[in-house]
Ligand binder design. Structure first.
Ligand SMILES: NC(=O)c1ccc[n+]([C@@H]2O[C@H](COP(=O)([O-])OP(=O)(O)OC[C@H]3O[C@@H](n4cnc5c(N)ncnc54)[C@H](O)[C@@H]3O)[C@@H](O)[C@H]2O)c1
Length: 306
């Protein structure tokens, strides 16, 4: 028996279906809801695809799990013991939807937002029970990346944190509890620090795109998956880090503006795979092949390092 047997997932776009598959797989009865009927139809295929990936990961199937698709908020929240919100990243929308959720669930039901950066304190500001609101930030694709950030707001209760952690434990993922709310939480702060430096190196003409990707993939990328940064420091030695950081930190990018390379691409409408071109060009066939090859490799790497 899981701590919470009935889970509602509100919003079934990019993130919701994979989140649902992970929870159902762990033995939870999942209700999924979206304002868009088309999104719900797409979510059914997304859920099945995520389930297939979980098969390849050999994730256990805990008895009792199920999924159903609801066409309204009340139907989705009927009997819900834990609510996961995955609707668009707009504060006003999240605030008004959370106010609705409060009308349909008891005062102790945890309302967890998958927001990428909005503080729980802001989402909960006008609610009757802000203590049950928390950020539960899954990483994309949610059925493959087994780390979830828990970011409590100023009023989030210990019971809410404990309940959220229990759900993450039960789906077999790694919870990362932050001690305070900061923009971007931890995962995106680290990622964006890496992206800023990579783009600065390209913008300054130090290295070409392919060489940069090769460097990061086979250098720090591969290494950090096995020896994460705090352990890497111990491995390298503080004396070495201090000596290098002493001169290098002053030279690293601290740009507060977005890279000119990115601004120029956005201006031209070259947004990446979604427009079949960004920093690189893609055909439809290449996009399909890349997606399945990447999922396959993520499965293999996760199995290898777990
Ligand atoms: N995509 C990512 O990589 C990623 C990663 C981590 C967190 N997040 C966060 O998760 C949340 C959802 O992101 P996404 O990428 O899945 O968005 P998305 O745009 O792909 O999907 C959002 C879904 O919510 C639906 N929706 C809109 N209003 C709704 C409402 N009032 N009630 C129910 N459904 C509604 C839309 O129809 C859509 O299907 C956002 O807060 C985002 O910042 C996204």
């Amino acid at each position: 028996m899981t701590t919470f047997s009935k889970v509602a997932i509100m919003g079934t776009g990019t993130m919701g279906p994979g989140m649902g598959a992970v929870c159902a797989r762990a033995g939870m009865q999942v209700a999924m809801y979206d304002v868009s009927a088309d999104a719900i139809e797409r979510a059914k295929a997304g859920y099945d695809m995520a389930w297939g990936v979980l098969d390849r990961l050999e994730a256990p199937v805990v008895p009792g799990g199920s999924v159903r698709y609801a066409s309204d908020v009340a139907g989705a929240l009927d009997g819900a013991e834990f609510v996961m919100e995955a609707i668009p990243e707009k504060l006003d929308l999240k605030k008004s939807e959370f106010a609705k959720y409060e009308q349909h669930v008891g005062p102790h039901v945890i309302l967890a937002s998958n927001t990428s950066g909005i503080p729980a304190t802001k989402i909960a500001a006008d609610l009757a029970h802000p203590e049950r609101v928390v950020v539960m930030h899954w990483s994309n694709p949610p059925h493959l990346i087994p780390m979830i950030e828990i970011v409590p707001g100023e009023k989030t209760s210990q019971a809410t944190i404990d309940g959220t952690k229990a759900v993450i434990d039960e789906v077999g993922y790694y919870p990362c509890l932050l001690k305070k709310e900061v923009p971007g939480f931890v995962e995106n702060r680290v990622l964006y620090a890496i992206m800023r430096e990579c783009l600065a190196l390209v913008d300054e003409g130090v290295v070409d795109l392919d060489e940069l990707d090769l460097n990061v993939k086979w250098g720090i990328g591969y290494k950090l998956a096995v020896i994460p940064p705090m352990h890497l420091l111990d491995m390298a030695g503080m004396d070495i880090y201090k000596a290098v950081a002493g001169y290098l930190n002053r030279d690293l990018s601290n740009a507060s503006e977005v890279s000119p390379t990115i601004n120029a691409l956005v201006e031209k409408g070259r947004l990446g795979m979604k427009t079949k071109g960004g920093l690189f060009d893609y055909t439809d066939e290449e996009i399909g092949a890349l997606r399945s090859e990447r999922a396959k490799k993520l499965v293999a790497v996760r199995k290898a390092i777990s």
